[in-house]
Design a protein around this ligand. Structure first.
Ligand SMILES: Nc1ncnc2c1ncn2[C@@H]1O[C@H](COP(=O)(O)OP(=O)(O)OP(=O)(O)O)[C@@H](O)[C@H]1O
Ligand SMILES: [Mg+2]
Length: 263
């Protein structure tokens, strides 16, 4: 196996809305080429962490390093450069409803590249084919299914061939089969693009199918309880909360329970 290389390092970070401290002392590393999940109960701050990692929200304290470069300590121009290497699918999905699927995918290419209209059209077709939406370029988002809209969102997120992809609950609201297909697609994208993927999800099948690594945010203590491979954490974590979270379903690798050092 290739040596691990840190792509994103979060160091002692606190996130807050005004005086309300949402999460404190967050410290974890996302390795290059890994699939990293952000886990935790509803409202613990997963989407806020994703927004903080993608430059939409500044941490109250602490640092985020991209390949050793301090993101928030950098100039605006440097931050924009770094963000152009990232593709994001936010929780709300947010395709423009009045624009066709193809126009939605073309948007970042028009905004951030100097490619001609024909070149952009070719790339849009390639990206749509990659997510299994060949031939749907002219459809409006309202004319395709929820699973197809998620895949269109993925096509837009990968439009600029990003090095890092961020997905917030990509399979929320999908039936188990569509959700499984989306997981397969995410694995394929990681392999074909060589991308690093940070994904918010609380779907256990997705967590176990995808994640090499993770962080678990706790709403009660307002900090992370652990970081590591969820398959290992499911049985080995010192925290009973983490083990319980990861063994809600019989399809998960439920194993021995611990009695010592419970958190
Ligand atoms: N813009 C905001 N201003 C103030 N508080 C906010 C804002 N956005 C989120 N919050 C609060 O921060 C907390 C965490 O929200 P966040 O959306 O990050 O949680 P989450 O873990 O993604 O939840 P879910 O699993 O439901 O998506 C919530 O209590 C929410 O009310
Ligand atoms: Mg959320």
């Amino acid at each position: 196996m290739p040596a691990k290389e840190a792509l994103i390092e979060v160091k002692n970070m606190t996130m807050a809305y005004g005086d309300f401290i949402l999460q404190k002392n967050l410290t974890f590393t996302v390795d290059k080429g890994s699939i990293f999940t952000i886990m935790g109960e509803s409202g613990c701050g997963k989407s806020t962490l994703l927004r903080t990692l993608t430059g939409l929200k500044q941490p109250a304290t602490g640092n985020i390093l991209f390949r050793g470069i301090d993101f928030w300590g950098s100039s605006h121009k440097k931050r924009v450069d770094l963000l152009q290497q990232c593709g994001v699918l936010y929780q709300s999905g947010a395709l423009w409803s009045s624009m066709s699927i193809g126009e939605n995918v073309a948007l970042p290419l028009q905004q951030f590249t100097t490619l001609s209209r024909d070149e952009i059209n070719d790339l849009v077709e390639i990206k749509l084919a990659l997510v299994g939406l060949k031939g749907f370029s002219d459809y409006l988002p309202s004319a395709i299914s929820g699973g197809m809209r998620k895949r269109a969102g993925l096509a837009r997120a990968i439009a600029l061939d990003p090095e890092i992809l961020f997905f917030d609950e990509p399979s929320a609201g999908l039936d188990p089969i569509s959700s499984r297909m989306l997981d397969d697609l995410i694995l394929e994208l990681r392999d074909s693009l060589g991308a690093t993927i940070v994904i918010v999800t609380h779907e256990l099948p997705s967590i176990f199918a995808l994640a090499d690594d993770s962080v678990f945010l706790d709403s009660e203590s307002r900090t992370m309880l652990t970081t590591g491979n969820p398959k290992v954490l499911a049985t080995e974590s010192d925290s009973i909360k983490v083990r319980q979270f990861l063994s809600r379903s019989t399809s998960s690798p439920i194993g021995k329970t611990k009695t010592n050092n419970e958190k």
